[in-house]
Design a protein around this ligand. Structure first.
Ligand code: RB5
Length: 144
């Protein structure tokens, strides 16, 4: 699996910490920035991750801003993207198994690194259940 990870300034520190975790897990990733805590605009980084996903260059995306809200709003404007703001591992497990989420959104100012790592682990390791959930995903796509 290959993932794209991006953040704004408020998610930068958590992004750096999660990159180490991805390396430890042997997950291949591309970092689209940002590269410091200097103020930037979260939609720019949501767009970069979503474009890689849409082009099929990565299988999943990870986005981090302060609350996770702005990144969620931005990513869910991209066709084919199902971005889920997950604040703990069970949310990530259900976002994958029921919603087939392809982008995990984390809150850099609200989550500690350890909680974020467990949430990311659940997101990467959980498969979509399909079945009745497939019908609901089709209806989501119908709204697009
Ligand atoms: C940046 O200050 C903050 O607004 C941003 O990281 C995010 O939380 C927006 O939703």
């Amino acid at each position: 699996m290959r993932v794209a990870i991006g953040s704004d300034h408020a998610g930068f520190r958590l992004k750096e910490s999660l990159k180490e975790y991805l390396e430890d897990m042997g997950v291949d990733f591309v970092d689209v920035g940002t590269d410091s805590e200097e103020s930037v605009d979260y939609p720019d980084y949501a767009k970069k991750v979503c474009e890689l996903l849409k082009r099929g260059e990565v299988d999943r995306g990870i986005l981090i801003c302060g609350t996770g809200l702005g990144m969620s709003m931005a990513a869910n404007k991209c066709r084919g993207v199902r971005a889920a703001l997950c604040l703990f591992p069970e949310m990530a497990r259900l976002a994958r198994s029921h919603n087939n989420a392809n982008v995990l959104v984390l809150a850099g100012r609200l989550m500690g690194a350890e909680l974020a790592k467990w949430t990311l682990k659940a997101f990467l390791e959980t498969e979509f259940e399909g079945g009745r959930h497939e019908r609901r995903i089709k209806k989501l796509e119908g709204i697009e």
